[in-house]
Design a protein around this ligand. Structure first.
Ligand SMILES: [Zn+2]
Length: 217
């Protein structure tokens, strides 16, 4: 099923962008996806409905920010570029304004270890990056700081992003984060969630350090 898309990173990128809507991460044209390719990356174009995208609509971008192609890249390309520069192991980035993650991001709240699956994102919290205007270098810098040792973060008053080794993993992490944000939101309706302690989270983090390798085997 994946082989045709795997031949052309632009086709796989379009499939992932469409899957975001099906997964409840995005409606309309909010959010964007990128995939590392050669010396740069491909990224969804600005303001185009994903169901009408064709491979030639997908811009390429060099790591210095030079765009190539007939369409303008997403205005939020900077944090994609900076993740590829900072994390050699990053192969794809998914950014969404998904309902639960965005709601929590509007409280500018880190997601605490209310559930052990928080460790899936690399630590005992998922941080919320400081607020900055969309598309700015300031926002990218804030996101990169929040991603220190993590593969996902919230963006204050904006949304969330996740990166993975490839498009499938980045999308899966974004879906898992939205799911956890929903669970956290629900638990907060009932009271104050009981948080896991540092020792408990250290055990889970240790287990997950092997979990990722198994998954890629
Ligand atoms: Zn955004």
């Amino acid at each position: 099923m994946k082989s045709a898309a795997a031949d052309d990173p632009r086709g796989a990128l379009i499939a992932t962008a469409r899957a975001m809507a099906a997964a409840g991460l995005n409606r309309g044209t909010a959010g964007n996806v990128s995939v590392r390719s050669g010396e740069g990356f491909h990224i969804t174009p600005t303001g185009m409905a994903y169901d009408r995208l064709e491979p030639d609509d997908i811009p390429a971008m060099a790591l210095d920010g030079t765009p190539l192609g007939r369409r303008k890249p997403s205005s939020e390309w900077r944090f994609h570029r900076d993740i590829y520069l900072a994390r050699p192991e990053a192969g794809a980035v998914v950014h969404a304004h998904s309902p639960f993650a965005t709601s929590i991001a509007c409280l500018r709240r880190d997601i605490p270890p209310f559930h052990y699956m928080i460790a899936r994102f690399g630590g005992d919290t998922v941080r919320c990056a400081a607020y900055a205007t969309f598309g700015t270098q300031e926002l990218s810098d804030a996101a990169l700081a929040a991603l220190e040792g993590r593969n996902a973060c919230l963006l204050a008053n904006h949304g969330m992003l996740a990166w993975g080794r490839d498009l499938d993993q980045a999308l899966a992490l974004a879906v898992e984060l939205e799911e956890l944000c929903g669970q956290y939101w629900h638990a907060c309706q009932l009271g104050e969630p009981v948080l896991l302690g540092a020792a408990e989270m250290a055990v889970v983090l240790e287990k997950f350090s092997g979990y990722g390798q198994q998954e890629s085997a």
